[in-house]
Design a protein around this ligand. Sequence first.
Ligand code: ZN
Length: 82
Amino acid sequence: MKKRVRLEFPRETLLVEIERYCSFPDCRWRNFVGLTKSEAIEYRGFDCAKCERWNDDTADPVEFPESWRDELLLSRDNLASN
Ligand SMILES: [Zn+2]
């Protein structure tokens, strides 16, 4: 069996890649944004890899592993109540 393990602790997901298209009509570049759990919690957008413009964005907890979701939801609730 061929395994693709990029990180030291394969049992825990440390980095998740989400797929996002650049929001600018003249670009529409497909970006893959790699996020750790703490980055996922604070995720507010990304710099396009092609045109280097900032894209405001949010990430839905369902895009991340189940083991992250409680924390993501909790922190989102905390942010919302501030
Ligand atoms: Zn772009």
